[in-house]
Design a protein around this ligand. Structure first.
Ligand SMILES: NC(=O)c1ccc[n+]([C@@H]2O[C@H](COP(=O)([O-])OP(=O)(O)OC[C@H]3O[C@@H](n4cnc5c(N)ncnc54)[C@H](OP(=O)(O)O)[C@@H]3O)[C@@H](O)[C@H]2O)c1
Length: 249
């Protein structure tokens, strides 16, 4: 975990996450990019991954402007071998990962009975299996160090059921169950597993824009929730955040 306020109290000039190493999956755009930028601004070294080379390079270049150490790698988080490689290279480049943000995800909407098996596999592998794969690769070194933050980006679709949500909701309800169980497995090791459930956020993910964009959540709102989690006192733990726009967009 960022062990944050303890060092900060002693070194007032130091950024709150100095010394922390964050891996943000899907940090190449949208919510993941905003989270990576927020963590870098707080002083963490940051690693990001994604499959689109150009978007990843653009995100890495923006992060480097914050003056922090940045590592970026093309990686598909649905593939165990790519995940193992990503984590090993991140730790070789930046040091042991202290903050993992499982953010990479895709949307797919419409009645489940009209979807294909390939649709099911793509959404479940990206949104749920990836959380298992990346966490499994990062947890052993967090256990050895007796500290760490794992933040899973779920959705209010992980708490609610709605028409056309079938496969996406299944993936995000799965993330809720996995996160809750991981939190119980890991809390005695000093590792906090938190989950953030945003409502609709204005990114490329949403095909339908909000009626009133000025009222909609933006990626930085999710980044702010991540900041709240990693800057808690080490003894306390924000286990689940529901993030909603104040006024309905
Ligand atoms: N936007 C919303 O309304 C909303 C609301 C609630 C929750 N969420 C959740 O927030 C997270 C981020 O969403 P977003 O709105 O920022 O979406 P986005 O703009 O589409 O970004 C998704 C990110 O995930 C990456 N990604 C997707 N599949 C991947 C894979 N197999 N391997 C590696 N990276 C992969 C993408 O990079 P590449 O495509 O280059 O791989 C991209 O960086 C998702 O988990 C989503 O379910 C979004």
């Amino acid at each position: 975990m960022g062990s944050i306020s303890r060092t900060n109290d002693k070194n007032p000039g130091q950024k709150p996450l100095s010394g922390a190493v964050a891996l943000v999956t899907g940090g190449s755009r949208g919510i993941g990019r905003a989270i990576a930028q927020r963590l870098a601004g707080l002083g963490a070294s940051v690693a990001i991954c994604g499959r689109d080379r150009a978007a990843l390079a653009e995100s890495a270049a923006l992060l480097e402007k914050s003056g922090t150490q940045v590592f970026s790698q093309l990686a598909d988080v649905t593939q165990a071998s790519e995940v193992t490689n990503l984590v090993a290279k991140t730790e070789a480049d930046l040091g042991a990962i202290t903050i993992l943000v499982n953010n990479a995800g895709i949307g797919l909407f419409g009645p489940a009975h009209e979807k294909t098996e390939a649709d099911w596999d793509r959404v479940l592998d990206t949104n749920l299996k990836s959380v298992f794969l990346v966490s499994r690769a990062v947890v052993p070194s967090m256990i050895r160090r007796g500290a760490g933050d794992i933040i899973n980006i779920s959705s209010l679709a992980g708490k609610n059921a709605f028409a056309n949500g079938g496969i996406y909701c299944a993936s995000k309800w799965g993330v809720m169950g996995l996160s809750g169980c991981m939190a119980e497995d890991l809390r005695e090791h000093g590792i906090r597993v938190s989950v953030i459930c945003p409502g609709s956020v204005a990114t490329e993910f949403s095909t339908r824009g909000p009626k009133d964009p000025s009222k909609a959540l933006i990626a930085e709102d999710v980044a702010h929730a991540v900041e709240s989690i990693v800057t808690q006192r080490p003894q306390s733990f924000l286990s689940e955040i529901h993030l909603r726009p104040l006024r309905k967009p």
